[in-house]
Design a protein around this ligand. Structure first.
Ligand SMILES: NC(=O)c1ccc[n+]([C@@H]2O[C@H](COP(=O)([O-])OP(=O)(O)OC[C@H]3O[C@@H](n4cnc5c(N)ncnc54)[C@H](O)[C@@H]3O)[C@@H](O)[C@H]2O)c1
Ligand SMILES: [Zn+2]
Length: 365
């Protein structure tokens, strides 16, 4: 079992990673919660059907009482109204201040379950049990929770750290191919930001191997979590340091928004965003051209990404209105080399236009 400490200013906890760990969840939670509080599992139907039984059996054997509380599946249910109705369900289920929420599922269940735990009776216990690549190596660690408003994503939320993050890479076996691959681009991102070995091993790995090789998959997730844990431990609340995690996300978010969140999965938009940001960095002589080429080739080797047809003007407009853009100044995270990035705020619009032309061309070829 790999144990990764996350030490934020508000409190410290661990992310534990092991193939098959879901079936040992009970004994692990027993050590953490000696008083055996009632556990409320917040999840979605597709995940409950595939993984609910394994988890419930293990918790039951350890002597916990459990209740499953289901929310409808999908990003469109990441809303305050869902948090409210889950809170009603908690109350009906007898949950008091000692209750512990286990958020079991992808980033949506994690964000909603996390937010629910942070506000129910002004805060109850929380364990994150992520079951998508996106959630295991990103969403479950760091304590950001949130829901969407009509005007945009994650506009209402809290910072609320879990007491434990339990990561079972075995659960990824039932994930659709496209979801799996999209999440893996975030692992590549972690490599570019601060883990050259991770990047190098991923760039040499075919998509087939990635899906098949259990040990490598667990290692990849652990390395990515380690990177995120290191960043959020130093900077819990998105100061400058935490910004590096947004590598590929400035243009990525704009591509998602420009296509109404229907054309790309998040990770796919980030994949294009990483290629674009690296192209900007090379154009500005911030890094050697070879860095751009490696990021581009590593990203494109796992299969065709949805094409980019979005116009540059739309992307620039969206970047300017992004909640992370301050006073109209673009903040770009650019690679200096593989394993090192910096936040740069003097990226000219022409460089963005050139990068957009580059990814439009790459998506045709
Ligand atoms: N809090 C953070 O720091 C943070 C970071 C990154 C992303 N996010 C959020 O995460 C969300 C995206 O997460 P996601 O990509 O996991 O999407 P998701 O939670 O919608 O999961 C994708 C789909 O996979 C299904 N699924 C989950 N686990 C499965 C499994 N093991 N087998 C089969 N199907 C499974 C889900 O039911 C869903 O249909 C977004 O809302 C994003 O804003 C949050
Ligand atoms: Zn992301």
């Amino acid at each position: 079992m790999v144990r990764i400490p996350v030490n934020t200013a508000s409190h410290g906890y661990e992310a534990v990673i092991e193939h098959g760990i879901l079936s040992r969840a009970g004994s692990i939670l027993k050590q953490l919660f000696a008083g055996k509080p009632p556990l409320y599992i917040v999840t979605v139907a597709p995940v409950r059907r595939r993984w609910g039984k394994v988890l419930l059996r293990s918790l039951g054997e350890a002597g916990f009482t459990t209740k499953v509380i289901e929310m409808p599946d999908g990003e469109r249910f990441k809303r305050l109204s869902t948090v409210e109705s889950l809170a009603e369900d908690l109350l009906k289920g007898g949950a008091d201040r000692k209750a512990v929420v286990l958020a079991l599922g992808g980033g949506v269940a994690g964000d909603v379950g996390g937010m629910l735990a942070s506000v129910y009776m002004r805060g109850v216990g929380l364990v994150q049990i992520p079951t998508t690549v996106q959630a295991q190596l990103d969403a479950a660690v760091g304590g950001k929770t949130g829901v969407n408003l009509r005007a945009g994503k994650n506009l209402v939320g809290t910072f609320y750290q879990p007491q434990l993050v339990l990561i079972d890479p075995a659960t990824l076996a039932t994930l659709p191919q496209r979801e799996f691959r999209a999440g893996m681009y975030e692992a590549l991102k972690c490599g570019v930001i601060g883990d050259e070995e991770l990047f190098t091993r991923l760039e040499r790995c075919s998509f087939k191997e990635l899906r098949k090789d259990q040990e490598f998959l667990a290692w990849t997730i652990a390395e990515s979590v380690r990177l995120k844990a290191r960043v959020v431990s130093a900077d819990e609340r998105e100061g400058d340091l935490r910004r590096v995690l947004n590598f590929g996300h400035t243009i990525g978010h704009a591509l998602e928004a420009a296509t109404n969140y229907r054309h790309f999965l998040h990770g796919e938009a980030v994949a294009w965003g990483m290629i674009a940001a690296s192209s900007i960095a090379a154009d500005m002589s911030f890094c050697p051209r070879s860095v751009y080429e490696r990021v581009r080739d590593a990203t494109l080797q796992w299969g065709k990404l949805p094409a980019v047809t979005v116009q540059t003007a739309k992307v620039i407009k969206l970047i300017k209105s992004d909640k992370k853009t301050e006073a109209g100044v673009f903040h770009f995270v650019l690679p200096k080399k593989i394993g090192q990035v910096e936040v740069v705020n003097n990226v000219p619009e022409e460089a963005i236009a050139a990068a957009m032309a580059e990814i439009r061309k790459a998506s045709r070829g």
